[in-house]
Write a protein that binds this ligand. Structure first.
Ligand code: FAD
Length: 380
């Protein structure tokens, strides 16, 4: 078992860190306060190959693996979770679904511009009445001649307001329940497709989370993604890989909060000495570092298994569950180490504290991860 990164992986990590420190860090609080979606950095993300990390070069991607992808998401999230989730939703959800189930023609038409970062993607599964129970999707799609007509609304779509390409799930055969849900590719500007409310969020405030609405939205017949009726099952496969990125998002934010707390503990003096010399603070730092390491190892194990072509349902859920919950604990302790200053926006940890909570909710809550893990344990 090899726990070391290759020279190429170290170089990817280093270059993404340098980019995030130079081009994201200076704007993080301003973007957060104004809920500014940083469209201006998309060309830079594309230039670095971060908009199509795991897709083959022939489809415009960087041709890297999930280990590299996890390292990239971690490094972005260490500086700003909002940029990291923008990249994750685009890569693993929207583009990932097209790569998984798309025809060659769909890949050429949609995956290539997504992977090159010429177009931004979003992925709409969640609905107001169908969150954890995504099988309860209400949005419908009916075939009329050469067109599918979509009706319904999706909630909480990351990148929804700005995306050029949306992959959305809709019911095509109500009687077949989960097996009557299909996936569709919808282009921005299609009549009947519009964006509704942009959410005002606790955290990840410069990421975009929006309602997506279909009102007699007509899309060409060939924009059904995958086989009709397989949209739900394909979504679960997409989420298996997506959850690795949410685990990496959690690890990155936890790492950022930890580094800030460590530096502060060395410099803040009380009772005539740095607070890092108090064992109560040292034990917090020790626990934080241990939990981050454990979360990272689970994440990289799931990523590495995904790279070997293994089914990673259980491993991705374990990584996402543990990393998400550990990151919440780490951010909480980071605020504690900062004392009153941890509560103040002039210091970085309050933002990690707010941002990190999404990791126990998005792409399946912690409760749903436990259900998935238990189901895997009980599989015959
Ligand atoms: C910032 C953000 C970005 C998001 N991005 C996207 C996106 O890009 N695309 C997309 O499709 N969705 C996205 N989501 C939606 C997200 O995946 C859902 O919010 C999540 O799956 C939970 O669904 P829900 O909010 O409806 O909660 P609910 O399903 O209503 O859950 C409420 C509570 O009940 C619990 N619960 C539900 N069912 C069970 C059960 N069977 N057993 C035990 N407990 C249960 C849950 O764990 C939770 O604690 C995003 C959400 C947020 C907040």
């Amino acid at each position: 078992m090899d726990f070391t990164l290759s020279d190429d992986q170290k170089e990817i990590k280093r270059s993404v860190r340098e980019f995030a420190e130079r081009e994201i860090r200076p704007h993080v609080m301003e973007w957060d306060e104004s809920q500014h979606f940083p469209l201006e950095i998309l060309p830079r993300l594309a230039e670095l190959g971060l908009m199509g990390v795991t897709f083959p070069v022939e489809y415009g991607g960087a041709g890297l693996g999930y280990v590299e992808y996890a390292l990239i998401i971690e490094e972005l999230a260490r500086v700003d979770g909002s940029v990291a989730i923008l990249v994750a939703a685009h890569n693993s959800l929207c583009a990932g679904h097209i790569y998984l189930s798309g025809t060659e023609e769909q890949k050429r038409k949609y995956l290539v511009p997504l992977a090159k970062g010429e177009k931004l993607g979003c992925w709409s599964l969640t609905e107001p009445q169908a969150g954890s129970d995504a099988g309860g999707t209400k949005t419908t799609a009916r075939l009329e001649g050469d067109y599918w007509i979509l009706n319904g609304s999706k909630t909480f779509t990351s990148n929804g307001t700005y995306a050029d390409i949306c992959v959305a799930m809709a019911v095509t055969d109500k009687a077949a329940r989960k097996h009557g849900i299909s996936a569709f590719i919808i282009e921005k500007g299609t009549p009947g497709f519009r964006v509704g409310k942009k959410e005002n969020k606790l955290g990840l405030r410069s990421s975009d989370t929006a309602e997506v609405i279909f009102e007699d939205c007509r899309i060409p017949k060939e924009n059904c993604l995958g086989q009709p009726g397989e949209g739900y099952v394909d979504s679960l496969k997409v989420l298996d890989h997506g959850r690795i990125s949410i685990a990496a998002l959690a690890v990155g934010m936890a790492q950022g909060a930890f580094e800030a707390a460590l530096a502060y503990a060395k410099q803040r003096e009380q009772f005539g000495k740095p607070i890092a010399q108090f064992q109560a603070i040292q034990f917090k730092l020790a626990d934080m570092a241990t939990e981050i390491d454990a979360a990272r190892l689970l994440t990289l194990r799931a990523a590495s298994l995904a790279d070997s072509g293994c089914r990673v349902t259980g491993e991705a859920s374990k990584a996402k569950l543990y990393a998400g919950e550990a990151a919440v604990r780490v951010a909480n302790e980071a605020v504690q180490i900062f004392g009153g200053y941890g509560f103040i926006k002039d210091y970085p940890v309050e933002k990690y504290y707010r941002d990190v909570k999404l990791c126990t909710i998005g792409e399946g809550t912690s409760e749903i991860q436990r259900i998935v893990i238990a189901r895997e344990l009980l599989r015959e």
